[in-house]
Design a protein around this ligand. Structure first.
Ligand SMILES: *[C@@H]1O[C@H](CO)[C@@H](O)[C@H](O)[C@H]1NC(C)=O
Length: 442
């Protein structure tokens, strides 16, 4: 009696197991067929569906090297951060960047290069396709960092103009050209400048790219300019949604200048031929031909396509550009001032109430050494965990948790020789986020 019941129970139990494993097998087969027939990463015509996204992520995953756990670092885990910072100090772990020669070789087979470097060669959403972004990238050294930055911001429907310094080494220029030749939407500016620190040439480099970008067939909506020490903090989808929320306004630092800066546009400056230095003369300059005072800001901006067009078409913009050519560091006031002139699309009124600091603009997150301190004492941010260059923090692993909670699209500065762990974790994070837009990692 007991035995038969036991037997029957056992059978029923087995029956459940059979049904369960049967349906599991069926489900897996269907999923597999789905993956094989529909999730073909080499043949994506539309934006992928959710099932495929998971399978593509497994192919395109970027994982930081070594033993660090980026999830913990991003969450601000002190132990994990301390370990990673110590790791930076160990000489044998010092980062050696890939050389121009290595990139020249790797790009001989473009398809293999894009695959090996795990570029996302398809658009991840329709919102992104409908909102193309133009990038002006002004670089002068370290081909590996240029390529990692490009990979981090790359989307096939965007458009990228690269300006490399005319005086940068031939090998570097060749490698950059080789990389750009592997993408239909990445090109080198048609005119290259010899970029002299703090001189007009820095602005001209961006203008050369802007002109070329306006000539492109891509109907981009906003322009973002970057340099070789920038890295994004947001995915392309997040950048698109932030730009949309600007409602046609530009976003950049633009404030009343401190008085010590006024001599920068009060005198005529010259770059002596065959030197790479800018020097002040005693010749005073006429007042600027704009109906507003000069505002100071940053070389890094987020502007609409209409703003960029106006730079080449609007008489006031053109005169101001002409006037600014012999001043000191015009990149740090030209955009900031034009953005306060009422004829410029996307501008903000020149009134003090519209002043925007670098922290409140979304263009670039920078930690200024002189402003670092204790939050409880009113400082805007904590101590830099990397090092400083020209009074700006080169980020360390301990800055990542804070950085990712800011609204800025990009941060500056990064240097793999100072801290490559922070860049690797950022790469891992952004790639995860691109494929899991709804997951909160914090
Ligand atoms: C990294 O840390 C997270 C959070 O503590 C943990 O869930 C995850 O498993 C860890 N990853 C690895 C590879 O150890």
């Amino acid at each position: 009696m007991l035995l038969t019941r036991l037997k029957r129970n056992l059978c029923r139990k087995h029956l459940h197991t059979y049904i369960f494993s049967g349906s599991l097998l069926l489900f897996l087969t269907v999923a597999l067929i789905n993956v094989i027939t529909e999730c073909n990463i080499n043949n994506i015509n539309e934006t992928p569906n959710r099932v495929c996204m998971a399978s593509y992520y497994m192919t395109l995953i970027l994982t930081a090297s070594g033993e660090k756990n980026c999830t913990r670092i991003i969450r601000g885990d002190d132990n994990e951060i301390r370990k990673a910072l110590l790791n930076n100090l160990i000489v044998k772990n010092r980062k050696v960047c890939a050389s121009p020669k290595e990139y020249l070789d790797a790009t001989k087979d473009c398809k293999a290069f894009r695959k090996k470097r795990k570029y996302i060669e398809f658009s991840l959403s329709k919102e992104e396709v409908d909102f193309p972004i133009a990038y002006s990238m002004v670089i002068h050294d370290n081909v590996e960092m240029f390529e990692r930055l490009l990979r981090a911001i790359y989307a096939p429907h965007n458009i990228y103009c690269i300006h490399m310094d005319k005086k940068s080494p031939e090998s570097f220029q060749e490698a950059v050209r080789a990389i750009t030749s592997c993408f239909h939407n990445v090109f080198v500016a048609s005119k290259l400048e010899n970029v002299v620190y703090a001189s007009w040439s820095r602005v001209q480099a961006d203008l050369n790219c802007m002109k070329n970008l306006l000539q492109s067939k891509v109907e981009w909506k906003y322009l973002i300019n970057t340099c070789g020490t920038d890295f994004p903090l947001k995915t392309n989808a997040e950048i698109v949604s932030t730009l949309k929320s600007l409602n046609g306004k530009n976003s950049m630092e633009s404030e009343s200048p401190p008085s010590f800066k006024k001599r920068r546009w009060g005198y005529h400056y010259v770059v002596k031929p065959d030197t790479n230095y800018i020097a002040r003369t005693d010749i005073k300059k006429e007042p600027p031909p704009v109906p507003v005072p000069i505002f100071s800001g940053s070389a890094y901006i987020v502007v609409t396509v209409e703003f960029v067009k106006a730079l080449f078409e609007n008489p006031i913009a053109k005169q101001f550009i002409q006037w600014a050519k012999d001043t000191y560091s015009p990149d740090e006031y030209l955009w900031a001032t034009l953005n306060r002139v009422a004829v410029m699309p996307g501008y903000l009124p020149a009134h003090l109430k519209y002043d925007i600091s670098d922290i409140n603009a979304i263009a670039r997150l920078v930690k200024w050494q002189s402003l670092e301190g204790e939050l409880k004492n009113g400082a805007p941010y904590k101590q830099c965990t990397g090092t400083h260059r020209r009074e700006v923090c080169i980020y360390g692993t301990g800055d990542l948790n804070w950085m990712l909670q800011q609204h800025h699209l990009f941060a500056n500065k990064f240097d793999p020789h100072v801290d490559d762990n922070v860049i690797q974790c950022l790469e891992e994070y952004l790639r995860y986020k691109a494929f899991h837009p709804l997951v909160d990692l914090f």
